[in-house]
Design a protein around this ligand. Structure first.
Ligand code: GAP
Length: 376
């Protein structure tokens, strides 16, 4: 499933807003565009080859596959109703694999990245050496990730191919908790600035059963989706686990020398990891309203913040004649330089406004006879 027309604009606007807030608005965060296919050792180092699994069972009768932690194994198969038909749970790796080069054997296996974050670790040394950044600093990246998800439902909430917006913030050990609190505050503020209803956002702290063994602390920002509270973004204190692992597996020194104090250490990382595709679903859910009309009918309206609305301003001349449409077209062309615009001169003005309400256009400009007088 893909996104099309106005929803691509919505996705790009959210992405651009995130990019601006995370790079342009901070003088110590640099951008990165790492590759999707990386050396398989990257995924050995990160633990994805051995640990990035879901426990699965198959129904021996209808061959349907389920996550064993999401169903009652003593109940009949949900698909065909057979009893006692499940296989033993087996770990199923969520990474998609393919082959690099013409020979297809075990030595040519490569993986499509299941998260963008590992590309940031793999490029950490390059960034330190080429960007003259000093700790604390961050590396931000937006891009596609791939997971062989068995349960893909709820539209684009969980899909096999999706986009992430991730930032790894490298800090001095001991200062990690302060930066963790800083990024928690920044990331929630981001959604408020995007105009999302604060009452539909909340924090969820990872309990001992959810926390990765190397993580010191982790919180999710959850959003109240139509199907309930669900994760939107994670803010994690990942300690120096990832860089230490990459150091071990690559044999390259990934420590950082603080030139002022002459201290050398492997930095701690505070990660902010948001789903871009999931953000699109959040923005749509948040904007959606079913308006009850006096005649009993219902109509839908989308309320987007101007920062993310697919169309920012529509220009709607009241009539086509007497030079009004020419003036309106000229105005629309001028506005195009800075805004996503839409021009519509056909049909009743009320209906044209209505169409704009339906796709969440925050500003509409109408030109009429008074405009001709006022702008003479
Ligand atoms: N680097 C850390 C990381 O990837 P994650 O919790 O697995 O952490 C981060 O993913 C975010 O990516 C999630 O909060 C969610 O918004 C998004 N995400 C994860 N899996 C997804 C999927 N299958 N489809 C859509 N979005 C997904």
């Amino acid at each position: 499933m893909g996104l099309w027309s106005t929803w691509v604009e919505l996705k790009n606007n959210i992405r651009d807003f995130w990019w601006k807030e995370m790079t342009q608005m901070h003088d110590n965060i640099v951008g990165l565009d790492a590759s999707i296919l990386m050396h398989p050792k990257v995924w050995e180092a990160s633990g994805h080859i051995s640990n990035f699994t879901d426990p699965m069972v198959d129904c021996k009768v209808c061959k349907s596959r389920f996550r064993s932690d999401q169903i009652d194994l003593s109940a009949p198969c949900q698909n065909c109703g057979s009893k006692d038909s499940f296989t033993e749970p087996r770990n199923f790796n969520l990474m998609f694999s393919t082959h690099m080069g013409s020979v297809q054997d075990s030595s040519s296996v490569v993986y499509l990245r299941p998260e963008t974050a590992q590309g940031i670790y793999a490029d950490f040394k390059n960034v330190v050496q080429s960007s003259r950044v000093k700790i604390p600093f961050g590396i931000a990246q937006v891009g596609k990730s791939f997971r062989n998800e068995i349960t893909t439902k709820n539209f684009i909430f969980r899909s096999c191919e999706f986009e992430q917006m991730e930032m790894q913030y490298f800090v001095k050990p001991g200062e990690d908790e302060t930066w963790f609190d800083f990024w928690k505050e920044q990331r929630m503020a981001f959604y408020h600035k995007m105009g999302i209803n604060p009452e539909s956002l909340r924090w969820h702290k990872h309990g001992d059963d959810e926390l990765a063994f190397y993580a010191k602390d982790a919180y999710d920002i959850q959003f109240l989706f139509p199907m309930g509270w669900q994760e939107l973004e994670g803010v994690h204190n990942r300690t120096n686990y990832d860089l230490t692992q990459h150091q071990t597996f690559s044999g390259k020194d990934l420590s950082y020398l603080d030139q002022e104090t002459n201290e050398r250490y492997v930095p701690y990382v505070v990660e902010t990891s948001a789903g871009l595709t999931r953000n699109v679903l959040m923005a749509l859910s948040d904007a959606y309203e079913e308006e009850k009309l006096p005649d009993g009918d219902t109509r839908t309206v989308l309320h987007f913040h101007p920062k993310i609305a697919p169309i920012t301003v529509a220009v709607l001349p009241l009539v086509k004649k007497d030079g009004i449409s020419e003036k309106a077209q000229k105005l629309e062309k001028e506005l195009r330089e800075d805004f996503a615009t839409f021009y519509d001169q056909s049909g009743a003005i009320g209906r044209r406004y209505r169409r704009m309400d339906e796709i969440g256009t925050p500003y509409c400009v109408t030109l009429d006879y008074q405009t001709l007088t006022d702008t003479q």
